[in-house]
Each structure stands twice: as C-alpha cells, then as structure tokens.
Ligand binder design. Sequence first.
Ligand code: ZN
Ligand code: ZN
Length: 219
Amino acid sequence: MTDTIKHHLTDDLLMGYAAGALPEAFSLVVAAHVSMCDECRARLWAFDTLGGALLEGASPDGMSQDSLGQTLARIKSNPEAGPTAPEPRVITTGVFPAPLRDYVGGDLEDVRWRPVGMGVKQAILPTVRSATARLLYIPAGAAVPDHGHRGTELTLVLQGAFSDETDHFGAGDIEVANEDLNHTPVAGIEADCICLAATDAPLRFNSLIPRLAQPFLRI
Ligand code: ZN
Ligand code: ZN
C-alpha cells in the first residue's frame, strides 16, 4: 500500500492532528491515512516529538532550524526505532483501516448506504457537527457533480480510484481541496470507488439538481 501512495497529508493537517486541534471528522480522515501510510506516520511521529520537546520547555530558538528534517532523516535511517503509531493503528484485513472500522462498527459490508443520485451513495458517520465525515460510493466510471469548496475537503481513497482536474488518486491517496479548487471527481472504470471524505463547510455545486438536494444530503 505505502509504496503506491502519491498524495499525502499537508504539514498543517499533521501538526493540527498532533496538537488535537482538528475537528473530529478531519481527525478521522488523518488517522485513517496515517494508518495506511508509513511516510505520514513518520512525519506525524516527528511532529509529536517536536511538540513534546516544546511543551517540556525547550526554546524553539535553541532548536536547529532543521530539527524536523533531522528527525525525519533519523526515522528513515532507522525504521525500527520509528513510530509505533500512537492512535492510528496499522491497517487490518478488509477494506477499512482500523480507525475507520471503529466508526463504522465493522467493514464495508456493515455500511448503511443512502443514495445521493446518479448511482452515487453516501453514509454519514457520527461525529460532532463542526465538520462532516462521510463514506462515498462512486460506481466505476461515474462522476460526483462538478463543485467548488467553501472550506476544506479531505478525500481519502479506500478502494478503486478517481481522477479530477488536478490528478489521479488511487487507494491510500488523499486529496486536500480548498476554496481555490473546482473539480469533477470521476471514478476509474476498473472498479467502484470508495472514499472517506470530510468537509467543514457545504460544497458549492454548479448545477441546480445537486444544489436543491444539498440540505437533505448534508453535503
Ligand atoms: Zn501519507
Ligand atoms: Zn470536492
């Protein structure tokens, strides 16, 4: 899995997660990606270590400019000493990574999907409502309607793949979208695409039908 992941979390998201500052829905997506991705697990561990050092009173000025780089280099050169992943437990069998299994109470077969239209289905996960986490099921070759974003949207691919105006995203990849991006994600034709997505503001759909359905779908 890890070797095929090309799209990773931003430093801001990893730092926010390490500091416990993200909305629950975002934390879930970060934890799920980290549990699938050695690289982000190492970066998170470095942020945790740095954060701990700062809390213990080390002055930031006293730390070399490149503390993070050095920590990462140490992790890379000695993977055995690396992170043991504090919360995001390492992937299990099945489609869902462990942090997600806890929310769903099982795996893919336990999800109660609701149709969104055009064959796309979703299942909203129970989190505090400052941000929404949902599972998305996009049939092979189908598209999510063209939309923009009023806030941040994190989309983690769990199975299959999708492409949009920016790139191709396969299993384990995460797309971080914001106000600057307008896109039409289209599932690959080889397999149905299953994603875990989190948003902290309603999407901005460009066509009428999805806009009308929005309040009911909490999307
Ligand atoms: Zn990653
Ligand atoms: Zn989007």
